[in-house]
Write a protein that binds this ligand. Structure first.
Ligand SMILES: Nc1ncnc2c1ncn2[C@@H]1O[C@H](COP(=O)(O)OP(=O)(O)OP(=O)(O)O)[C@@H](O)[C@H]1O
Ligand SMILES: [Mg+2]
Length: 252
């Protein structure tokens, strides 16, 4: 099995805060892994490092067989074309309309004969049919999120990263989005890394779940049985119990 994503001993500090203090995590090609953990424990930071948007202080990060630490920006740019990314804050381009945002990865990669049809079809899949010419500033949070999902998935990237794909969406839309992500995965076989606070919905989508806590991945196990994970911290977190050994997960 080929490894698509590999973190080995990754450290990242901001100011005096050790956010990641030796994270190691491997994803095989085609794997679907969910990443969970308390607020501000470093989930989004880990995804940013994976895309090469920031360098780690220490440790190794390999993406699609390439060591990205210290990689030149031009080469990183080429690698990013193979990754679909939904950021937690959407990171839409406000100088482009909805269609321009969704078409962006297709134009970056080039060679797509019918960009407009593909964009329209993706927008339909996320429930935004006919929104091509809306400005991103006119959109609600949930609409922005869905534009971000359309953009992350439009080019059938080899790796897709979702940071809170359904936060702020209603339960029916949440289910539709996860159905879409699951259909995409069945069709493309992409490697998926998804962060979500909606553990129940996430667990139905991914195969395995990893728990980030105090700067480390302290648990990784099957998604289906995550509520009964052998680790009491994970169990308490997933069940939302107030009583137990869990603290806020901040690095010591
Ligand atoms: N660019 C930055 N500069 C300084 N501190 C940062 C920066 N990015 C993240 N942090 C800090 O790193 C910690 C982890 O942030 P991160 O966004 O990864 O949390 P998270 O696990 O994604 O939380 P949430 O569930 O709330 O999205 C936080 O304390 C945050 O303030
Ligand atoms: Mg986050």
């Amino acid at each position: 099995m080929t490894t698509a994503i590999r973190f080995a001993g990754v450290h990242k500090r901001y100011g005096r805060r050790d956010v990641l203090s030796g994270v190691s995590l491997d994803l095989d090609q085609g794997a679907k892994l969910g990443l969970i953990g308390p607020a501000a424990c470093g989930k989004s930071v880990l995804l940013k490092l994976l895309c090469g948007l920031e360098p780690p202080d220490r440790g190794q990060i390999e993406v699609l067989g390439k060591d990205i630490v210290g990689m030149r920006e031009a080469e990183l740019g080429e690698l990013r074309k193979r990754i679909g990314m939904l950021f937690q804050n959407y990171a839409l381009f406000d100088f482009l309309d909805v269609a321009g945002n969704v078409a962006f990865p297709l134009e970056q990669r080039g060679g797509y004969p019918d960009v407009a049809t593909r964009v329209a079809s993706r927008l339909r899949s996320v429930g935004l049919a006919g929104s091509e010419h809306k400005l991103t500033t006119e959109l609600s949070g949930g609409m922005k999120k869905r534009v971000g999902i359309a953009r992350a998935t439009v080019a059938d990237a080899e790796i897709v990263i979702y940071d809170e794909p359904t936060a702020g969406l209603d339960p029916v839309t949440t289910q539709k989005i996860y159905d879409l992500l699951a259909d995409d995965h069945a069709r493309t076989g992409a490697t998926v890394l998804a962060v979500s606070s909606d553990v129940a919905a996430l667990a139905q989508f991914v195969d395995e779940i990893a728990f980030l806590y105090r700067g480390h991945i302290i648990y990784r196990g099957p998604a289906a049985t995550i509520r009964d994970a052998p680790d009491p911290l994970v169990r308490q977190f997933v069940r939302g119990d107030l009583e137990g050994p869990l603290d806020d997960g901040a690095p010591p």
